[in-house]
Ligand binder design. Structure first.
Ligand code: APR
Length: 300
């Protein structure tokens, strides 16, 4: 077993199991990235927000009770469920959103905001997270592709107009067992056509698109990036897998941060310029971002 980088606290190893990463290997990859033109692209999943106290999507705390039945998030986060029981689905989302609003960005989020502040147009963030924490940490809306949407916004479920609106402030605090009353129902109906508003999120039975979810832009980032850093995602969704696979095929630098192995770690370890930094986002991401910020690359 190779030694981890000396600047990584021992706790990362004890919490996450022994790191399989050779410090020299990480430096080699960062050095290759330094000479690889193209934006520095970061792809995040629920794992980066775990240290802010937001349960990961596929963790144990995900289920939700409606009536006498327990549902998994993958059953609830669907157009089908919303069509059948909009008020119950809204209650679930309002509670999830209240949990996200109560959470604060952590060191990993802050490091990515600082990296964007340093790199400007040479930085791009693709996130699956709907918690809004990257934007609250300071990443810009323009350079953050929220490929699964953002719980802070709603849109008309009938699609009577294009665009999204902020969720009304009155719905910000929401208890786990709270049902919609008449006033909240009214706030959750489209002021233009009267249809239900819906959370601005991509559901499991829906497809990615460019206008709302930056599908083509994300693939294009995979074609041109000088490095891809993947943080805290299990590889269960389609677009992130396509992005990572394209970067691996190109042989571009690819670093994966996660306490657990995943299909992304397999891709990184099979790639000529990839590695798996096993451990917590809050410990690895600030260190890697500092390296990316300190080592200016050739202009893209
Ligand atoms: N630091 C880094 N990674 C972590 C941490 C941490 N502190 N804690 C957990 N992880 C890792 C887990 O090991 C796992 O690989 O984060 C990942 C979380 O996986 P999921 O819960 O499946 O979340 P994610 O991959 O983001 O899910 C993707 O699926 O259902 C959809 O839209 C939903 O955006 C979500 C998407």
């Amino acid at each position: 077993m190779m030694a981890p980088p000396s600047s990584v606290p021992d706790s990362a190893q004890t919490r996450a199991g022994e790191s399989n990463l050779d410090a020299t290997r990480l430096q080699e990859i960062l050095e290759i990235a330094r000479h690889t033109p193209g934006p520095r692209v970061v792809l995040t999943g629920a794992g980066i927000s775990a240290e802010s106290g937001i349960p990961t999507f596929r963790g144990a705390e995900g289920y939700w009770q409606v009536g006498s039945r327990n549902y998994q998030p993958s059953e609830l986060a669907t157009l089908r469920a919303f069509t059948e029981m909009p008020a119950e689905i809204w209650a679930w989302y309002l509670y999830r959103r209240a949990v996200c609003r109560a959470a604060l960005p952590n060191d990993g989020h802050r490091a990515l905001a600082e990296l964007e502040a340093t790199l400007g147009d040479r930085f791009l963030l693709i996130t699956q997270n709907v918690d809004g924490l990257h934007l609250r940490a300071g990443n810009s809306q323009d350079r953050t592709y929220q490929i699964h949407g953002n719980l802070d916004f709603t849109r008309c479920s009938a699609g009577c107009h294009i665009g999204v609106d902020p969720l009304p402030d009155e719905l910000s605090a929401w208890r786990k067992d709270q049902a919609l009353d008449a006033a909240s129902r009214e706030l959750l109906h489209c002021p233009h056509c009267g249809a239900w508003l819906r959370p601005h999120v991509l559901w499991f039975d829906e497809c990615y698109d460019e206008v709302r979810y930056r599908f083509e832009s994300s693939l294009s980032a995979a074609e041109s990036c000088g490095i891809l850093l993947i943080v805290g995602t299990s590889g269960a969704t389609n677009l992130p897998m396509q992005v990572a696979a394209r970067v691996a095929e190109r042989g571009a630098p690819l670093i994966v941060v996660d306490p657990e192995p995943s299909p992304f770690t397999d891709m990184a370890e099979a790639s000529p310029a990839g590695c798996f930094a096993q451990g917590l986002a809050g410990e690895w991401v600030p260190q890697i971002c500092a390296e990316l910020a300190n080592k200016p690359v050739n202009p893209s």
